[in-house]
Write a protein that binds this ligand. Structure first.
Ligand SMILES: NC(=O)c1ccc[n+]([C@@H]2O[C@H](COP(=O)([O-])OP(=O)(O)OC[C@H]3O[C@@H](n4cnc5c(N)ncnc54)[C@H](OP(=O)(O)O)[C@@H]3O)[C@@H](O)[C@H]2O)c1
Length: 332
């Protein structure tokens, strides 16, 4: 079968398209014939060799962690999944998705109703993350407005669409005019270029001095504490990654000084739901229904053939992606 693999960790140039053995499912595994494959940050982490839990190493290591297709076969111990079903794989193994077929343990497979367009399955997780951020993680604020940095990415797009659907005011920023135009086109109420404009000035001006209720922060780092300057009373900063490392100031000290504003900080990983299947199923159903009904239409940046996986990674590393980038398996 065809696959996009690496022989050593490194940049996008390490990815090449080749023939490898088709996998055979073990007793608790599902064999999926892929149609669409998602390109995302975990693939960058795996490709560059900084994934802490990767158990398999190159050579001929198949890149990718998210794919969708049709079940072709199941192992003897698999329950509730049958050949022909539409599924999405979010491989907790961290590899294996950029291929015509993938065999993974059942726990990594989600069944999608036939009414759900399979093309939207890779990237669907972003909508669950967005729902969780807005409705579960961000609870306890006045919840009228949000600010999201780097909003043109996959998660940012999903947060904007979900917030707008729920009647929440959206302030969003991006690092180029093209990305700002894109998030404006999604309907964000206040959009600015965070490389050219000061967040405090824009947000305090837009909110008439009140500040914003919820800030979604994927950077943290040196600028972390400055966000309290434009957070509304009872507001919260939700950390969902720390691309720029830990804050310089002692976090607790900073929060204590904010007590007259009742400010809060919360950090979030979607792994909170790993041992909460019922709560996860509720979020999944709400998000699936919103897409099936057309209330939310996921946005694609590009749909490239699997043979162009290297180009996809060049775009990702160049921070070019707006919305979701997917690959598709070419028909023979
Ligand atoms: N906590 C969780 O459970 C969870 C779940 C999913 C994703 N995440 C995290 O959410 C973040 C967004 O994910 P995504 O899939 O939307 O990513 P994405 O599509 O690559 O978008 C991220 C955006 O962040 C901005 N950015 C600024 N500095 C960056 C840097 N050093 N590296 C990469 N991007 C940078 C870029 O926007 P500009 O060019 O506009 O600055 C980029 O468009 C990632 O950090 C991811 O790890 C967390």
């Amino acid at each position: 079968m065809k696959a996009a693999v690496i022989d050593r960790f490194g940049g996008p140039e390490e990815i090449y398209y080749t023939d490898i053995e088709k996998p055979v499912p073990g007793p608790d595994e599902v064999l999926v014939k892929n149609i669409y494959i998602g390109v995302g940050k975990p693939d960058y982490i795996m490709r560059s060799g900084i994934c802490p839990f990767l158990e398999v190493k190159p050579p001929k290591l198949v890149v990718g962690n998210e794919c969708a297709g049709i079940v072709e076969a199941v192992g003897s111990e698999v329950k509730g999944i049958e050949p022909g079903m539409h599924v999405c794989v979010n491989s907790g193994l961290g590899y294996g998705a950029y291929a015509e077929y993938i065999a993974v343990p059942q726990k990594f497979v989600t069944v999608f109703p036939d009414a759900f367009p399979l093309k939207y399955a890779p990237g669907f997780l972003n909508y669950m993350v967005a729902y969780a951020l807005l409705n579960e993680i961000g609870r306890g604020t006045d919840g009228k407005s949000i600010y999201i940095y780097g909003a043109a990415g996959g998660v940012g797009t999903a947060v904007i669409q979900t917030a707008l659907l729920q009647g929440i005011e959206v302030i969003a920023s991006a690092g180029s005019q093209e990305k700002c135009d894109y998030i404006k086109s999604l309907g964000a109420h206040c959009v600015f270029n965070h490389k050219e404009q000061d967040a405090k000035e824009v947000i305090m001006d837009y909110t008439k001095g009140r500040g914003v209720d919820l800030i979604f922060d994927q950077l943290v780092g040196k600028r972390f504490a400055s966000q309290f300057e434009y957070l509304a009373d009872f507001g919260m900063i939700v950390i969902y990654n720390w691309l720029e490392g830990s804050p310089e100031l002692d976090q607790l000290d900073t929060i204590i000084k904010q007590s007259s504003h009742a400010s809060a900080v919360r950090s979030f990983s979607f792994h909170i739901y790993d041992d909460k299947p019922e709560r996860l199923a509720k979020i999944r159903k709400i998000c699936m229904d919103r897409i099936i009904s057309g209330e939310i239409v996921p946005h694609f940046y590009m749909d490239l053939p699997l043979s162009e996986a290297r180009k996809a990674h060049e775009l990702m590393d160049g921070l070019k992606i707006m919305g979701k980038l997917i690959l598709h398996v070419e028909e023979k």
